[in-house]
Design a protein around this ligand. Structure first.
Ligand SMILES: Cc1cc2nc3c(=O)[nH]c(=O)nc-3n(C[C@H](O)[C@H](O)[C@H](O)COP(=O)(O)O)c2cc1C
Length: 267
């Protein structure tokens, strides 16, 4: 018999909800989420097969995006010299970042490995076209940065599917984005969202590197979850509180009615 599927210590029961994924698939998804790591070391030099790269880029491309904007582009870099030029930008910015800390913290910072650009099989630059589909994007009129959030959703899809494929991903943000854009010929209207190191790895750590190095610890879930008003702890019972009979909203009540000049639907 296989092990009982569990998440956060709770067994995943096979309640018969329509369209629910089979137990093993749900367990696999939670496993991938927990096994995902930011990887900066232990990269293998092996190239990434084109079909694997295509699968994870396609997963990224299927992320949700505000107004279906799909504002992302993915720039794959394998050329050694180009990567070295980006690496030099990292080294300079990392030196500047280190200088912001003092004493033991500075010493610890300098001991951290914060990129794997030259060791990884490939580098991947993810950009966000802030002008895609013109100035009016459904859902973006008040929260302008939702295009950037959408791009981060794509990156998370990529990060998880890469892990499922056995590929490590390391996010490098210690860069001057404008300089990287110039180096790679990225158009003005596109924001640099992520510079990723991508490749097969010898091993995945079971905890974040920064946690293992003593930089920070994982914040307990109970400290970041509230109920109803800010600061009120979310009790486990609150999420499973039964809905009063007849109090359940119908689909119609949940949608705002759109009339000319009325509220704009969310994307
Ligand atoms: C937006 C973003 C930027 C990051 N930038 C860097 C970076 O420049 N260098 C680095 O080593 N890790 C970077 N990371 C990785 C985080 O340090 C890492 O996600 C965190 O320590 C938790 O570890 P885990 O991803 O293995 O769970 C970044 C992660 C995110 C989401």
């Amino acid at each position: 018999m296989g092990r009982e599927p569990r998440f956060l210590g709770t067994p995943i029961v096979n309640a018969a909800y329509p369209r629910q994924f089979p137990l093993a698939a749900r367990q696999a998804l939670y496993d991938v989420i927990h096994a995902r790591r930011d990887v900066r070391r232990d990269f293998l030099p092996d190239p990434i097969p084109a079909e694997v790269l295509h699968r994870i880029l396609d997963a990224a491309h299927h992320a949700g995006s505000v107004g279906f904007m799909q504002p992302w582009n993915f720039l794959v870099l394998t050329d050694r010299e180009r990567r070295e030029r980006i690496h030099r930008i990292f080294c300079r910015e990392n030196e500047r970042a280190a200088a912001r800390f003092t004493g033991a913290r500075a010493e610890l910072y300098r001991s951290l490995k914060l990129e794997g650009m030259l060791e990884a099989g490939a580098n991947l630059c993810v950009t966000c076209d802030r002008e895609r589909h013109g100035p009016e994007v459904l859902g973006r009129n008040t929260m302008r940065d939702t295009d950037l959030y959408s791009t981060c959703c794509a990156i998370q899809n990529l990060w998880l599917t890469a892990r499922a494929e056995g590929l490590g991903v390391g996010w490098v943000s210690i860069l001057d984005p404008e300089e990287v854009k110039r180096e790679l010929g990225i158009p003005e209207s596109h924001a640099l969202v992520a510079y990723l190191c991508l490749g097969y790895v010898r091993a995945f750590a079971d905890k974040p590197d920064l946690e293992r190095a003593g930089w920070l610890e994982r914040v307990p879930l109970s400290r970041v979850t509230f109920s109803e008003t800010w600061g009120t702890p979310l009790e486990a019972s609150a999420v499973s509180a039964p809905v009063e009979p007849g109090a359940q909203a119908t689909g119609q009540e949940m949608n705002c009615e759109i009339t000319a000049g009325g509220p704009v639907p969310h994307g």
